[in-house]
Design a protein around this ligand. Sequence first.
Ligand SMILES: Nc1nc(O)c(N)c(N[C@@H]2O[C@H](COP(=O)(O)O)[C@@H](O)[C@H]2O)n1
Length: 434
Amino acid sequence: MDPASDATFTAAETAGMRAALAAAARGVRGANPVVGAALLGPTGQLLHVGHHRGAGTPHAEVDVLQQARAARTPLEGSTLVVTLEPCHHTGRTGPCTAAVEAAGVPRVVYALADPTAEARGGGAALRSHGVHVRAGLLADEARELNERWLRAREQARPFVSLKIAQSLDGRVAAADGTSQWITGLPARAEGHALRTRVDAILVGGGTLRGDDPALTARDAEGAPCARQPLRAVMSTRPVPPEARIRVGTAHDFTAADTAARSPVPGTDAGSAAPTWGAATETSAQAPDAETSMPGPGAGSPSLAPRPDAVTATPAASAPATSGPAEGLDGRFVHLSTHDPREALTRLRDLGAAHVLVEGGPTVAAAFLAADLVDELWLHQAPLLLGDGAASVGALGIGTLAAASSWRGDPVGVQDGPVAAVGEDLRWHLRPAPR
Ligand SMILES: Nc1nc(O)c(N)c(N[C@@H]2O[C@H](COP(=O)(O)O)[C@@H](O)[C@H]2O)n1
């Protein structure tokens, strides 16, 4: 137990922590935890509230200190209240401990200790520099907020998001296999926004062969986003050389690329460099069937892929803000396995800390059955198909009492966990506690 976790806290600190917990929920789930922070004045008055907005953006502590600096708020006698221990490392951003010290905040109250090997120890470091530190305030609430992120870190695997676009009756394709476009443009735009936040997108061999998706992240005009996720196929069968998933990659990771290149911090991954395969360039521009993206002639030109829509921008020239991990930009990897844990291990070893699973039904079921889905984005269109592929394959659930159970997740959505998106319905869900 943290030596300072038996402390008692003031009513103002408890109120500040509640404000910080509410602010944390305005962040997004993924490679980083959701974190909120509040600054209290000498009499406990709430001065500023901030939060973290996802991997690569300022941490909650830095966000709230930046607000104080912008407003010229004096910090003598202040207390920083934060839902996670200030980090004590340089990752995608700098150490929060240094920011707290530089700002001259004399007291810090945090909820939950940082469990990661690389970032932990901020409380002790601040204490050794004369900052008054107390831990454990509303720790259960803070732990619950990041329960799946904590679990992913414990299992030394990436955080996993699953995205499904389905009909009212839970189908992702009609009887003849057609699947474009089940959902409307606003829902598809949400899907692309999600793609820009992840390190890797994964599909199965059935989706690859049936739909030939490009798996690129594009903006509302159909132009490629500055940073692209790694594109991954999980299949024991070969990936055709002409597959669109390979298009535009300057290089690809070969099927043998299981060696570590940029491992997720805190894991035991090795450090050998992977083999780089030759680029496969093609100008094919078929519609992105699996993910319901419009293609040429789809009647929605604003999101139609353009000839250059799959040209990845090299990570080195991209702005150092949120987005996929450095070096994965738009590349392609073939994971020759049906085991979702093995697939995640290999993606982790390539440097992915956040993986988006985009189907199809067999791959979705494999991740769900293994309890490897940390958040679910489900778009439901007002269509009935009556036949065709179900969105999720067999889960081995024989009776209602054993159903896979989910809860609305307000994190990462401003309009609540269930909302209308154009003509469609969007659910943002997290696994129900077991
Ligand atoms: N104290 C704290 N505040 C936040 O707002 C955070 N997001 C974190 N995250 C911790 O730092 C690691 C990520 O660091 P970078 O964003 O790459 O710099 C993450 O693994 C957490 O341990 N901590």
